[in-house]
Write a protein that binds this ligand. Structure first.
Ligand code: NAP
Length: 326
């Protein structure tokens, strides 16, 4: 009997058809909520789960006693109880690498858009308020030649730093769990303690994964260490930055601007002041959202689950379950 896969995020038709050749696929690509009884019935029989974005709880895992693999269509795994999955012998897979360059493009887009006030000034044109040459009140600041401080120097951090160093002649500082000597050689990057980096950088760009250690890594104290001319870019996860403290720092002019792809709550609540602040560029979590990259992520997620359910090593495992699932 074919193994059963439950899908809870839209996948390209061609990839769904491919999966259906070897598996029984229950497609809940547009599922509204995990409590849906039809979804729950499918989950009870599922050997594999493909999706992203929604928190997976131990209670949900209890409802899926046959589960062997979860294949996330994302690189970040903060939505999954990783230790619990490992303990239960469930293989978690993710999609690193295929989204690195696209997400780095989005990070640099936010650096450029905030520095040059692109959204704020495009709005001036859109409103028909461009009546004369703009003056100093609307000038931005240079990106080239400035200091870029990377908080996190993993795959995406390095790709953003490479753009800054090689494309824009920026000086690169980074704070990261481990040193990155190869990037120091390649880009002239210099490792700093977080506090030093915050005090020195013109642009602080956050690319660390969300974890117990990184939740609210950038809070009121850290924002206070930044220059009042500095710009914060968050392309990682909203909860790495204390959003209330950020809003206060932006309102008080303690930092100049923020470029945000991610937020504490997504979609952004209607009463959030962030979209209405002139010194904020807010994007709806589009780090990897191009046709090419979203397809590549879905492709990787499908390949990962096929391999695990066939008893083979996936292309991009995240955990290492102690026992091979039956
Ligand atoms: P990665 O290669 O694992 O890089 C993460 C880096 O952060 C690593 O270099 C790691 O250090 C460092 N790090 C981890 N915990 C740390 C800590 N407590 N203190 C200091 N440094 C720490 O991951 P990636 O592929 O670059 O992705 C990074 C994150 O970006 C993802 O987890 C995801 O949340 C986010 N993301 C967002 C979007 C979006 O749409 N906005 C898209 C893709 C990814 P070591 O090298 O020493 O391990």
């Amino acid at each position: 009997m074919n193994k059963r896969i439950v899908v809870y995020r839209p996948l390209p038709e061609a990839l769904l058809d491919e999966l259906k050749r070897d598996f029984h696929v229950d497609d809940f690509g547009h599922l509204e909520n995990f409590e849906d009884p039809v979804f729950r019935a499918a989950l009870a029989e599922a050997h594999g789960l493909i999706g992203a974005g929604r928190p997976i709880t131990a209670e949900l895992l209890d409802a899926a006693p046959r589960l062997e693999a979860i294949s996330s269509v994302s690189v970040g795994v903060d939505a999954y109880p990783v230790e619990e999955l490992t303990r239960r012998g469930i293989q978690l897979c993710h999609t690193p690498d295929v989204l690195t360059e696209t997400t780095a493009d989005t990070g640099f887009l936010l650096i450029m858009a905030t520095a040059r006030r692109a959204v704020e000034l495009a709005d001036v044109v859109r409103r028909g308020d461009w009546q004369a040459s703009i003056g100093g009140a609307h000038y931005g600041s240079d990106v080239h030649g400035k200091t870029l401080g990377m908080v996190g120097m993993g795959r995406i951090g390095a790709a953003i730093a490479r753009r800054g160093a090689l494309g824009f002649g920026m000086r690169i500082l980074y704070s990261n769990a481990s040193p990155k000597p190869a990037l120091e050689d390649e880009l002239g990057a210099r490792r700093r303690e977080l506090d030093e980096l915050l005090a020195e950088a013109d642009f602080v760009c956050v690319t660390v994964p969300l974890s117990a250690e990184t939740e609210r890594l950038i809070g009121e104290r850290e924002l206070g260490l930044m220059r009042d001319s500095a710009i914060l870019v968050n392309i990682a996860r909203g909860k790495v930055v204390d959003e209330a403290a950020l809003i206060e720092a932006l309102k008080a002019g303690r930092i100049r601007a923020a470029g945000l792809d991610v937020f504490e709550r997504e979609p952004l609540p209607a009463d959030s002041p962030l979209p209405h602040m002139a010194n904020v560029v807010a994007l709806p979590h589009i780090g990897s959202a191009t046709h090419e990259t979203r397809y590549a992520m879905a492709r990787r997620a499908v390949d990962n689950i096929r391999l695990v359910l066939a008893g083979k090593r996936p292309l991009s495992p995240f955990n290492a379950p102690a026992r091979t699932p039956a």
